[in-house]
Ligand binder design. Structure first.
Ligand code: A3P
Ligand code: MG
Ligand code: MG
Length: 385
């Protein structure tokens, strides 16, 4: 029997939300140019915009034939996030006691669910030592991508693969591997000629909260503006907000319909950035043909207000209140180990939660993580005796 949580009517979540704590980075990791895991910030990128006189307008299709694309057919589960948390716990000598551990992408789907009527998702969850771990269901995602690819695109339109490449090409035009002072002028000027790859990533691991729930979330961040404020010489600098920048491409706005389309996109931009405490989104506007014409900076915390004063297609407070209530529901429902599904079917007014395996943690948790935590608990018990 599935337990269900009503997404609609969404107006029951309207109104002010309780004050939220700013998400705080507690750890990080990188994937290198071969997508190998590294427990460091080696893939952190620095923002520096393309120059209008030199780079713009830019054809985002350029270099598509040499794109170094990460093979996303492999299910990565929560592995990198769990390793990072485990290493942090070993260094600190204590377990992180939170209600949820998951990727940012999962929480984005929940946060946007009330206003994204076409959203559908399937996640796997398990309860271990009081924490609910949630991963994407890889099989469902692959099947969905296959269905989308087989749908014919409009005549004359670019392929899904090309349009996805535009986003990475834009990132390449906007970032540097080091601070401005440490990067050569030649590198900055020649960014339009660089081979585009999406294998390297920097992932931030943050602690955050919604209503009665605490969460550890991991997610990729595109770039930092200037640099991270942490300076070992300055006490407290570790707690300062990090000036992250999320990079996004979007079609130039020409009609009233485009305004509506852009507002709906803003829901995803806002949710994704808000969850990791990213303060700014830099949008690269492009034509239908993929020509990048100009950039615009958006302050993440002002996006909901902008939408309210615009077409009002969504409401940020409702999203936050909905997420708090939904996480409460998950805690009340997922009360034993085993594997659980969290599923929303297309256009469905409800999210279903049901158990598919009565015991164990499937492949959601790694044996290393389970061993480490069991040793920790054993140590805690010994200390209590
Ligand atoms: P755009 O968002 O500019 O289209 P992110 O913005 O999350 O950093 O992702 C970088 C780029 O990856 C996106 O740039 C897009 O090109 C591609 N991308 C992300 N999610 C995708 C998805 N679900 N399907 C296809 N491409 C995706
Ligand atoms: Mg990104
Ligand atoms: Mg981006």
């Amino acid at each position: 029997m599935a337990a269900t949580f009503d997404v609609q009517p969404v107006n029951r979540f309207a109104g002010k939300c309780p004050p939220l704590k700013r998400p705080q980075e507690i750890a990080y990791f990188s994937y290198d140019d071969d997508h190998k895991f590294r427990l460091d910030e080696s893939s952190l990128k620095y923002f520096y915009p393309p120059e209008y006189s030199h780079h713009l307008p830019a054809n985002l299709c350029d270099g598509f034939d040499t794109f170094q694309k990460h093979d996303d057919s492999i299910d990565e589960h929560l592995d990198s996030l769990l390793t990072t948390i485990m290493e942090m716990e070993k260094a600190e000598g204590k377990r992180s006691e939170v209600d949820f551990i998951t990727w940012r992408g999962m929480v984005t789907k929940i946060l946007t669910a009330p206003f994204d009527h076409f959203s559908k998702f399937e996640m796997n969850a398990t309860l271990f030592q009081g924490t609910i771990f949630i991963e994407d269901c890889h099989e469902a995602k692959v099947a969905d991508q296959g269905r989308q690819r087989s749908q014919p695109s409009r005549p004359g339109a670019h392929s899904q693969d090309m349009m996805s490449y535009w986003g990475y090409k834009f990132e390449t035009l906007c970032v540097m591997p080091n601070t401005w002072g440490e990067t050569s002028r030649e590198f900055i000027e020649n960014r339009h000629k660089h081979i585009v790859s999406n294998k390297a990533q920097y992932c931030s691991v943050v602690k955050t909260g919604f209503a009665n729930s605490s969460l550890i979330i991991g997610g990729e961040v595109d770039a930092v503006q200037t640099k991270k404020p942490y300076d070992p010489e300055i006490p407290g600098s570790k707690d300062r907000p990090i000036p992250w920048v999320e990079l996004k491409t979007s079609e130039v706005i020409q009609s009233d319909r485009d305004v509506l389309k852009f507002e709906r996109k803003l829901l995803k931009f806002w949710a994704q950035s808000f969850l990791l405490g990213v303060p700014r989104v830099t949008v690269g506007f492009r034509t239908k043909e993929g020509i990048l014409t100009h950039l615009q900076n958006l302050e993440v915390l002002k996006i909901p207000g902008q939408v309210k004063n615009g077409k009002g297609t969504w409401d940020g407070n409702s999203c936050i209140n909905f997420t708090g209530a939904f996480l409460d529901f998950l805690k009340k429902t997922i009360t034993s180990e085993g594997i659980w599904k969290i599923r929303r079917l297309e256009k469905s007014p409800v999210i279903e939660v049901f158990q598919v395996e009565p015991s164990g943690h499937g492949r959601i948790l790694t044996p290393e993580f389970i061993n480490w935590r069991q040793q920790q608990i054993a140590g805690e018990v010994m200390r209590m005796l």
